[in-house]
Design a protein around this ligand. Sequence first.
Ligand code: EPZ
Length: 466
Amino acid sequence: MEATPITTPRSSTQSIQNPPESVIEIWGGTPLSGHIPVSGAKNSALVVLGGALLCSQTCRIRNIPDLMDIGRMTSVLEALGLSVDRNGDTLDIDGSHVSHSKAPYDIVSKLRASFFVIGPLLARLGVARVPLPGGCAIGARPVELHIRGLQALGAHVHMDHGVVHAYVPGARGKLKGAKIYLDYPSVGATETLMMAATLAEGETVIENAAKEPEVVDLANFCRAMGAKIRGAGTSAITITGVPSLYATDYSIIPDRIEAGTYLVAGALTRSEITVGPVDPDHLAPLLSKLRETGSTVELEDGNNIRISPGERVVATDIQTLPYPGFPTDMQAQFMALLTLAEGNSMVTETVFENRLQHVAEFNRMGADIKVKGDSAIVRGVAQLSGAPVTGSDLRASAALAIAGLAATGKTTLYGLHHLDRGYEKFEEKLRNVGARLQRVPLSEADSAAQPTPSTVTDSQAVSAAN
Ligand code: EPZ
């Protein structure tokens, strides 16, 4: 299919529109109390929206968080010809008409996850053209595992002027099932290949597949549309291709990283709060580490977690790993907690090669952290002090904000475009449990306190990091 030039239609959500530049001012030292509600999982929602491309009918998807990234993903779908209607946290996606096979660069460059439409596009149309997403602040983030897997399924793939062109040769344009071994259990590659294989001819086995809950959520969504998928959540996923998928009504799982961020906020501020709904199994590595630091963590009513502070925060080591290891997306927030622990902790980042940039910003707040290779040695201090800080990526921004809740005085958080990509109603949810924080236009922020980021370059500050 030859695609015509694309003009990006207006998004069906308001989230994509850039708000005026602002900062969040946080006054620390107030304990939190009450319940923090958890939204649908951003990373599930993003890939499930991509998965809706596989279906030529209308899918209803519920529990979608209202986030900048979701707005961008819906814009990609609309640019490909789908129609998307948002009603509260529910999206109706009509996939009867896919008019373009090329995803627009201006959005893919801002939202890495939109590269993942390559699998469903190829499965559905036999052709896909998606700009290479490029690296971001946390690492180079190549996509060769996605591409090699698509080639194993019979696609021809080449790069031309920064765009990945993929097509399935032959009149039928159908991918063919294959055995694919991933060199690394990449979440995105597992998702791309699982989606592509749902409409392929024959059986596909993905070995060394990612086991993240978001992969399982995508598999459940595809199964709800009639796909035949076994083994999601284990390291071998088997997909038996079917000719077509049908409409479904599906609800996204709760966001384990959002929940984890607020649980750590409770531990940091020495507060007793509940957070939910969650699937406690999804949070197992974090809950275990929170207990090691002295917090009491209990399951309540089946899907809420209550966290209560211990006498002190005990130092511990963490190492990020693919699921069910400790999540890289919780590393920065947990490091915030360890800055106030009694004793020394070691934080080792093994998933991304450049995800310790928040260290310099924590040190600006009085933390004592040294980076050596892919590890950070955190010497606990008695107190953090509020400071102007800038997050280098989404999770670093959230980590600095919750550190500010525990610090003395005022913290001013800059670079909110990261935070807004991944946390729905961040200030509102925290304010409702007693936190003191507010968003103010940059022009009204104390200009004398404006940081000169030591680690965040201009190009990193605008890059997409999900
Ligand atoms: C997903 O990214 C998440 N994003 C990330 O969430 C999360 O940090 C990450 O998984 C790990 O859990 C979405 O789901 C949208 P990967 P993804 O492919 O799929 C290397 C957040 O804060 N790799 O599992 O891109 C890669 O460079 C974010 O919400 C290759 O080498 O992660 C990285 O080092 C950020 N070649 C490692 O694997 C490839 O072809 C893990 O990446 C693909 C990946």
